[in-house]
Design a protein around this ligand. Structure first.
Ligand SMILES: Cc1ncc(Cc2c([C@H](C)O)sc(CCOP(=O)(O)OP(=O)(O)O)c2C)c(N)n1
Ligand SMILES: [Mg+2]
Length: 541
């Protein structure tokens, strides 16, 4: 019989986890020992638990599978709350595993170190930001508990919580079985698919909009096949930027309402048959709409439910819905109807001072010459600038909007994809988690990192220009790169940026930090339009 620690690791692997991120502590040392000795999953320690959460979240997004964040009880786990709240908001199935006091210790009656209020306080906190939980305090029940929780993570594409008492890691248990995901009721599935197709057929201007769940459930190819079979255009949401990047013949662009491409905005807002696949109805996706979306003419598949107009079908997994729709259509023939994506802007490499949109142009040129890199963006103007980069795979906190995500997410991308990532991060966000780059050398990661250094919390300044607290000091990040194991360069002009990016691209084995100096008060074109759209939408209310 395997030990509980082994069985849990084997179960993570069997359910699709590809790696573990974590930081040990005395309550989780036995499990970390099992992780290290067993070699069942590669594991990477980072420097602060928020980064562990962000890296695991990004790995889950790029893998379209579960990932694991392993921490100690109390001080470690509570550091994980914010990234897991963000993973819940953006539907990323991170498995949180927290070591915990042993079963015997809990009965001793002491206040145990790392405890905040009570023995179950931590579990109660995580109950609010995970879809399922298990306290593995009984070796007999533990395998079934693990199986149930891991199935929940995969079915709902949401984080789950497992608490592992340190004195049971070596307990003998039965192996964990892999429970199959619960299928839809065939009749309900058929009725739902036929109703959607009937509505799309009578619509004059049907459109498909995709968001994060199409990545989480690995159905981007099926969505592209559906669009081709029906001859429909596909648009992504702000959060869904980078989706279907392998299918440029069907993707018309990203819907940003008043802040986006007017042709894409009209496509969505004039549509009389909007099929929303995995779309989160959030303000960041829709608040800058020039006109409200008519929900009577909208079909929304999200969280294993399908809403058609104002009635809904329960327990309809997104992949099964797509299979049911495709089964009722002729095999997708020719390529989609999207015109070739407009060639993204290219950089005029002259001595003009840098603006954020120049960074997008420089990255577009790099991707055109050498192919796209997996991207991670933080919150801030770097994310809006990212909307101006060609539709390449991108992870970003587009809805939860938590800063600190970018650098750790880029490290998670390096592990999950095995490719060299490009990280876009503002100076404020870099102050939060940028130092995690110090972990690159021991793992051989060599991301290219572009720091948008405007010595400012610029996004806040755009909303409230009169506040002086948005002024940040100049931390001279490029000079910090060397001691952390990378190379850093500060650039001020478009020519310097182009040269630095070319040099970074040919330098492997060390992270490359390009500190782009930007003026306070200047933003990307997209952020300027987004804020104007947000303010206009607020005034309309
Ligand atoms: C963890 C955290 N703290 C605070 C915020 C609020 C906030 C923003 C959002 C609106 O809530 S945007 C922003 C400034 C970002 O500064 P920087 O990284 O330098 O990027 P840029 O200068 O491009 O704005 C803050 C502080 C946040 N989103 N996440
Ligand atoms: Mg800034």
């Amino acid at each position: 019989m395997p030990t509980l620690g082994h069985a849990l690791l084997e179960a993570l692997h069997a359910h699709g986890a590809g790696e573990i991120f974590g930081i040990p502590g005395d309550f989780v040392l036995p499990f970390f020992k099992t992780i290290e000795d067993s070699g069942i999953l590669p594991f990477h320690t980072l420097s602060h638990e928020p980064a562990v959460g962000f890296a695991a979240d990004a790995a889950a997004r790029f893998r379209a599978s579960i990932s694991a964040a392993v921490v100690t009880w109390g001080a470690g786990a509570f550091n994980l709350v914010n990234p897991i709240a963000g993973a819940y908001a953006e539907r990323s199935p991170v498995v949180v595993i927290s070591g915990a006091p042993g079963v015997g210790e809990r009965l001793a009656g002491w206040q145990i170190h790392h405890m905040s209020r009570a023995m179950d306080t931590q579990a109660r906190v995580f109950r609010e930001i995970t879809c399922d939980q298990a306290i593995l305090d009984d070796p007999v029940r533990a395998p079934a508990e693990i199986a149930r929780v891991l199935r929940s993570a995969r079915e709902y594409s949401l984080p789950v919580y497992i608490e592992l008492p340190r004195d049971l890691v070596g307990a003998e248990v039965d192996p964990v079985e892999v429970l199959s995901r619960r299928p839809a009721d065939p009749d309900a599935l058929g009725e739902c698919a036929e109703e959607i197709l009937a509505r799309l057929r009578v619509a004059q201007r049907p459109v498909v909009m995709v968001d994060v769940e199409t990545r989480r459930y690995g159905v981007e190819d099926k969505v592209a096949a559906l669009a081709r079979a029906l001859g429909l255009p596909v648009v992504t949401t702000f959060m869904g930027r980078g989706l279907l990047s392998a299918h440029p013949d069907v993707v018309r662009g990203t819907y940003l309402g008043a802040a986006g491409d007017p042709a894409v905005t009209a496509l969505v807002e004039d549509s009389d048959g909007l099929l929303l696949l995995g779309v989160i109805l959030s303000d960041t996706n829709f608040a800058v709409s020039e006109r409200r979306i008519d929900m009577r003419r909208t079909m929304l598949a999200l969280s294993r439910e399908v809403r058609v107009g104002h009635h809904s079908y329960a327990a309809i997994p997104l992949d099964e819905l797509l299979d049911a729709l495709l089964a009722r259509l002729p095999a997708p023939g020719a390529a989609g109807t999207a015109p070739p994506a407009a060639r993204p802007s290219t950089l005029l490499a002259d001595d003009a001072p840098l603006r954020p949109s120049d960074i997008a142009a420089a990255v577009n040129d790099l991707f055109t010459r050498h192919g796209p890199m997996p991207m991670a963006a933080d919150m801030g103007d770097c994310l809006f600038t990212g909307m101006e980069i060609a539709n390449a795979p991108l992870v970003a906190p587009g809805y939860y909007a938590g800063m600190g995500f970018g650098v750790p997410a880029g490290l998670g991308a390096a592990v999950a994809t095995g490719a060299r990532p490009l990280i876009l991060v503002g100076d404020g966000a870099f102050q939060m988690t940028g130092f995690e780059l110090g972990n690159c050398r021991r793992y051989g990661w060599d991301p290219i990192v572009i720091v948008f250094n405007n010595t400012s919390w610029e996004m806040l300044r755009v909303f409230q220009p009169e506040s002086r607290f948005n002024d940040l000091d100049d931390w001279r990040f490029a000079e910090l790169a060397g001691p952390l194991g990378g190379d850093g360069v500060r650039v001020r002009t478009r020519r310097e940026l182009a040269e630095a990016l070319a040099r970074a691209h040919t330098t492997r084995g060390r992270f490359q930090l390009i500190e782009a100096m930007l003026p306070r008060g200047g933003t990307s074109d997209t952020l300027a339009r987004f804020v104007a759209g947000f303010k206009a939408a607020r005034e309309r209310k």
